[in-house]
Design a protein around this ligand. Sequence first.
Ligand code: ADP
Length: 413
Amino acid sequence: LRRWKKVVAVLEDLEEDCSTSVDRLRQVVDAMAAEMHAGLASEGGSKLKMLLTFVDKLPNGSEKGTSYALDLGGTNFRVFMARRLGGDSSAIQNMMWTNNLFSTSNDKHKRGVGRDVSECLQQAMSKRGLDMRVAALVNDTVGTLALGHYHDEDTVAAVIIGTGTNACYLERADAIIKCQGLLTTSGFMVVNMEWGNFWSSHLPRTLYDIDLDADSPNPNDQGFEKMISGMYLGDIVRRVILRMSQESDIFGHVSSRLSVPFILGTPKMAVMQEDESPDLREVARILNDVLEIPDVPLKVRKLIVKVCNVVTRRAARLAAAGIVGILKKIGRDGSGSITSGRIKVGSHSEIRRTVVAIEGGLYTKNSMFREYLNEAMTEILGEDISSHVILKVTEDGSGIGAALLAASHRSVG
Ligand code: ADP
């Protein structure tokens, strides 16, 4: 009985430390909006880098001709083509070749934002006699925003929640204070937030997060990402199970597998969480096969499912708070002045429709994560406003969206 109480205590502590009450989430919303302000005010003003992308117009379906996008991913180098033929305005996706056109390092910053890469690419293409011009260099969230905007012009932000997480949004050029006198034709610019690096003391942090961060190659960085994204959720759960195993001999001896970082991937964790068999067969199988913990009693399997749930729910709710933070920053959250987020229709005003494009395996493949996130959006915003905020899944935005962006940018510089 005592060992049972000890494992239950580990779960209860976790639940308490991961608590995401609406009040707490609203604090995170405010912190996100405040950090966005700070990051726009000065270089290094916030952990949010708020990078200028120099993308000042988004595709809307009027683009012409053929454009290609090179998706410089980690392992795959993908090429997309967007083409508009006569009245056909659909984006055509073509996997054309996967050869090395030029080699690039896998450095995140190099393929993110920066002039050097596009110059390299342009030079390499010219040297090979290719009559092509680099029109835009964008990161994956910007591609997602572009594709979202192409389908729906009310799209103002994009969020990716996959292995990692990031967001970008459309900001007024005059709000980008760190770049005085910034002129764009549209008066807007897409800002790449690099929101994985967001940090606030209001984030509900546990012992497991602290350990995960300390063991990581980049301690004190990517704090938001380490609580939210697919890279880490399984590993947080592994750490909780390890602690349960150390606190009580409920699993017998402590399996050495439990000490192997990232051995429990987030998709495996999701399988445990979604196990609906009466005897939680999948949970038992994963505990046995992945973590080498055999013969776990049913009531302990149930606890493990709860652990997966707590970690997933916290991630989804924090991501929701982050999204609302963006909406708050651009006046689409219904707070602030009476006119914020409203448009005038005749003599009265109506709440404006706001679309956020969203991509990434954690959101698209995990229905529980998705439900928790949507539920938290409604809790924070209220029914009225949240019914006008639409999270729309796009697919392959990083590639197709980038090709569309190239199409809409090639007439300029
Ligand atoms: P990227 O690696 O470019 O982010 P994706 O957007 O496809 O690619 O995201 C893949 C990530 O999503 C995986 O690394 C994993 O962490 C997470 N993931 C995929 N499927 C699931 C799932 N069913 N449940 C939870 N997480 C998942």
